[in-house]
Ligand binder design. Structure first.
Ligand code: NAD
Length: 437
């Protein structure tokens, strides 16, 4: 089978390379020529565990191709995945202009039947717009070319994207065409040999499922952060509370961690977009409005703790920031809580020393010379008044506290992810502050 994947970001590159790994002839297309030229040389534009190996292997075998031209590669494609960005518009709604631009291009060049599958996160109604735009472009050519559309929202987690694609919990497919359904089932079957977890539904429900999933996960995070803040005020410990409620199977253990708020390219924009859909339909989503407010406050909470501890005297104080990416195992810094904290610290006149195992290159594009870039956690701590853990990378979990303390000005730890045991840190001579503990 021949497949086109339009957009070679986190979703497109993972989709394309994993499909090629099961033998599909995949052509990954992106308007960003620098990205395409890099990929042809084996340079990946993103960090994702396991991805480099799959890309290199399949590119060398000739099953995975990269190009900046949709027109040159579309002939004979059975399926075309759209995986371009859908950022927040000025009013918070999902801006689908890139998706529609791809649809227009498909309409201009499609010559034979293909299924157009939307992987980008798009609001209800977008697939109908995609269909209309493709149809209009085909009609403009004075031709008749059959095609179908399907909504196939992506649920991969950055940092575990390859694993999630290769062994998905479920695959949601929204289409009203039996032929499209068959093409999609054929493509995904190799990933579902251990039990078929494909859920078929209408297009609108598939589009809504993605937003509802992200909104639910964001809600759990904001709920726990809210309870954590209250724990601090009443003298309870969120870590015990989490263990106590997570053991109830109706609640479950996952996504119950208090911290510095959610970030990344999905939750913030998707929560915003769903709130806007509610407003547009005269149905304000009060719960999600609160989720967003709580998260915005939470991203600032750690700065407030730091500032309070230092009597609001932060000028020339030195802070060691551990972790920049919005979560571990990714170089994605979009909407990362680290950026807000760094901005606040710098505005207060503090000095910032940072380390992240993979996101420093990406972060340098944003922060430049404003911070000191360090090779490891020990270098960040030299002369520091406090350490602030923002991203719970595995390599940060068990540092040598004695070695850190020796070079620090003051032994203070602000643990933005509650990964350390406060009692152990006290024993090591540190002042310890967590979230809700
Ligand atoms: P990304 O920004 O990493 O990649 C998008 C790519 O599309 C870019 O390389 C860009 O150059 C390219 N592009 C834009 N317009 C194009 C065009 N006309 N033709 C060809 N290429 C074009 O984005 P992403 O993180 O992969 O997200 C893509 C979509 O998937 C979004 O809607 C997002 O909400 C959704 N999604 C993302 C994730 C995630 O974890 N990142 C998970 C699930 C769903």
């Amino acid at each position: 089978m021949k497949v086109l994947v339009i957009g070679t970001g986190y979703v497109g590159l993972v989709t394309g390379s994993c499909l090629s790994d099961v033998g599909v002839d995949v052509h990954c297309i992106d308007v960003d020529e620098a990205k395409i030229n890099g990929l042809k040389k084996g340079i990946l534009p993103i960090y994702e565990p396991g991805l480099e190996d799959i890309v290199h292997r399949n590119y060398e075998k000739g099953r995975l191709h990269f190009s900046a031209s949709l027109q040159d590669n579309i002939d004979g494609a059975h399926a075309i995945f759209i995986a371009v960005g859908t950022p927040s518009g000025d009013d918070g709604s999902a801006d689908i202009k890139y998706v529609l631009a791809v649809a227009e291009e498909i309409g201009r060049h499609l010559k034979s039947y293909a299924v157009i599958i939307t992987k980008s996160t798009v609001p209800v109604g977008a697939s109908e717009k995609i269909k209309a735009v493709i149809n209009a472009a085909i009609q403009k050519r004075g031709e008749v070319v059959p095609f179908d559309v399907a909504a196939n929202p992506e649920f991969l987690k950055e940092g575990a994207a390859v694993k999630d694609f290769m062994s998905p919990d479920r695959i949601v497919v929204g289409t009203d065409s039996p032929q499209a359904k068959e093409v999609i089932e054929t493509l995904y079957k190799p990933f579902l040999l251990n039990g078929f977890r494909m859920i078929h539904m209408d297009i609108a429900s598939a589009e809504m499922t993605k937003y509802a999933a992200n909104a639910m996960l964001a809600t759990r995070i904001s709920f726990m952060n809210d309870i954590a803040n209250l724990c601090e005020l009443v003298g309870a410990n969120i870590n015990y509370v989490r263990a106590g409620i997570g053991s109830d199977p109706r609640i479950g253990k996952k996504f119950l961690y208090a911290g510095v708020g959610y970030g990344g390219s999905c939750f913030p924009k998707d929560v915003k977009a769903l709130i806007k859909v509610g407003e547009d339909h005269g149905y304000p989503l009060r719960l999600l409005q609160a989720v967003e407010v709580i998260n915005d406050n939470q991203k600032r909470m750690i700065f407030n703790k730091i500032s309070y501890h230092f009597d609001h005297q932060l000028r020339d104080k030195v802070f060691a920031i551990w972790g920049l990416s919005f979560k571990p195992d990714t170089d994605d810094i979009r909407e990362a809580p680290s950026l807000i904290l760094i901005e606040q610290l710098l505005a207060a006149g503090a000095k910032v020393r940072v380390h992240d195992p993979v996101a420093m290159e990406e972060a340098k594009k944003r922060l430049g010379e404003m911070v000191t870039w360090c090779a490891d956690v020990y270098e960040t701590a030299e002369g520091a008044d406090a350490i602030v853990l923002i991203t719970e990378w595995r390599e940060f979990r068990l540092p040598d506290w004695g070695k850190l303390k020796k070079t620090m000005k003051r032994a203070v730890m602000f643990d933005g992810r509650n990964i350390y045991d406060g009692i152990q840190l006290h024993k090591a001579g540190f002042l310890y502050f967590g979230i809700g503990v």
